[in-house]
Write a protein that binds this ligand. Structure first.
Ligand code: ZN
Length: 389
């Protein structure tokens, strides 16, 4: 395939160029290239395919429905929105349910079809703080003891990232063990202060799960003011930060502050999208986590965001990161080439997949998202195949 007349969004800027693809990989980038199977972009943007490293569902399905059908539908929701690679997030649930998700995911990573590629799993819980559990079910929350988390280490082939709350007893040891296995440790859903989370950061935690959402903040304790993860996360350059840039969880002003501190290389947009992603806002009730589980939390869609049945607690987002990219550029004022990093090279680097994906460079997978001038997704291309026309 030869992609002609494109405004190619490269890591160091936007250039008018052609891109030659062979066997699913990028082989040449330049002007006046020749080749067969020409795809004329007529001046539209050719962006790297988007990478969503934190999301739960879409098109009515949740990964924790634990079926191939659910995974395929969610991954199709993603590819319809310019995402070429996704990591499946679980919620706090019984170990047996999480293990089932891991085994379906292991099957799906090998599959190629008319949907985004699955890169692995992100475990959001069960090692989260009770005080900042957000929409996670409190009865399944745990503290990290080796007997309890051994199955996570044993599934390190499929687990890319684990979110933990750093003040829980055993977090330092757990973090060291996860990092040893090549699993990324992300901090969040916590109630920690600096002396509690700093040892976990030193032990190798490198990412922050949806900064500002269900995260500790500055508090007074014993007549002393301690920073929380929100403030510390903004100033430590060794930490990357996930951002739910849906203009609800993170408003444009907060977004501007986070961007000013972290920049495009350390800020990563995530959809945190629930099963209601891509569905109509018609008042229907959806379940968080596994369908039919009597303990699972219920939520509905309200004004561009998902809320629990109490009508006020955010349950997660329903916007794909393609919409968030527009929010960040048009409402947050982030330059396009920097904003693109937050949905491609930065998430790819966070989960250590940047050797193959995340930017338009010779040798990398031919994963692209074609955007028009208003930044709407026109086409999704995965390993040289047009998935969405
Ligand atoms: Zn989540």
């Amino acid at each position: 395939m030869l992609i002609k007349n494109a405004l190619v969004i490269l890591k160091d800027g936007i250039e008018k160029a052609d891109v030659l693809v062979k066997n699913g990989r990028i082989v040449q980038i330049g002007e006046g290239l020749t080749g067969e199977e020409i795809l004329d972009l007529e001046g539209n943007y050719l962006a790297p395919g988007f990478v969503d490293i934190h999301n739960h569902g879409g098109y009515g399905y949740d990964y924790m429905d634990n079926s191939v059908e659910a995974f395929e539908n969610i991954l199709r929701f993603h590819s319809d929105n310019g995402i070429t690679s996704a990591v499946a997030s679980t919620v706090t649930a019984p170990k047996a349910t999480i293990e089932k998700t891991l085994s379906v995911a292991r099957e799906m990573v090998k599959k190629r079809g008319n949907h985004a590629k699955l890169l692995g799993v992100h475990l959001e819980g069960p090692y989260l703080s009770f005080q900042n559990k957000g929409a996670h079910a409190s009865e399944y929350l745990r503290t990290p003891a080796e007997d309890d988390y051994r199955y996570i280490l044993e599934n390190s082939d499929i687990i890319r990232q684990v979110t933990i709350s750093p003040e829980l007893e055993g977090s330092v040891e757990f973090t060291k063990k996860l990092v040893e296995k090549g699993i990324v440790v992300s901090l969040g859903h916590d109630n920690a202060i600096l002396p509690e989370f700093l040892p976990v950061v030193k032990a190798g935690a490198s990412n922050l799960t949806h900064i500002f959402c269900a995260m500790s903040m500055v508090v007074m304790r014993d007549n002393k003011r301690y920073v929380g993860l929100r403030e510390y996360g903004l100033i430590d350059d060794n930490l990357t930060a996930e951002v739910i840039a849906d203009n609800h969880h993170i408003t444009p002003e907060l977004l501007k502050m986070i961007y000013r501190c972290k920049g495009g290389d350390r800020m990563c947009l995530i959809s945190d999208c629930l099963r209601a992603g891509g569905m109509k806002a018609d008042g229907a009730l959806y379940s968080l986590g596994a369908k039919g589980d009597p303990d699972s939390q219920q939520f509905k869609v309200a004004d561009g965001v998902a809320v629990l049945t109490d009508g006020k607690t955010y349950a997660g987002s329903i916007q794909p990161i393609s919409q968030m990219l527009r929010n960040v550029v048009f409402d947050g004022g982030v330059p396009l080439s920097e904003a693109i990093k937050t949905v491609s090279s930065t998430p790819a680097r966070i989960i250590k997949a940047d050797k193959d994906i995340g930017s338009i460079e010779v040798g990398k997978c031919a994963d692209f998202c074609v955007l028009n001038k208003d930044l709407f997704v026109e086409k999704t291309i995965i390993e040289g195949r047009i998935i969405k026309k």
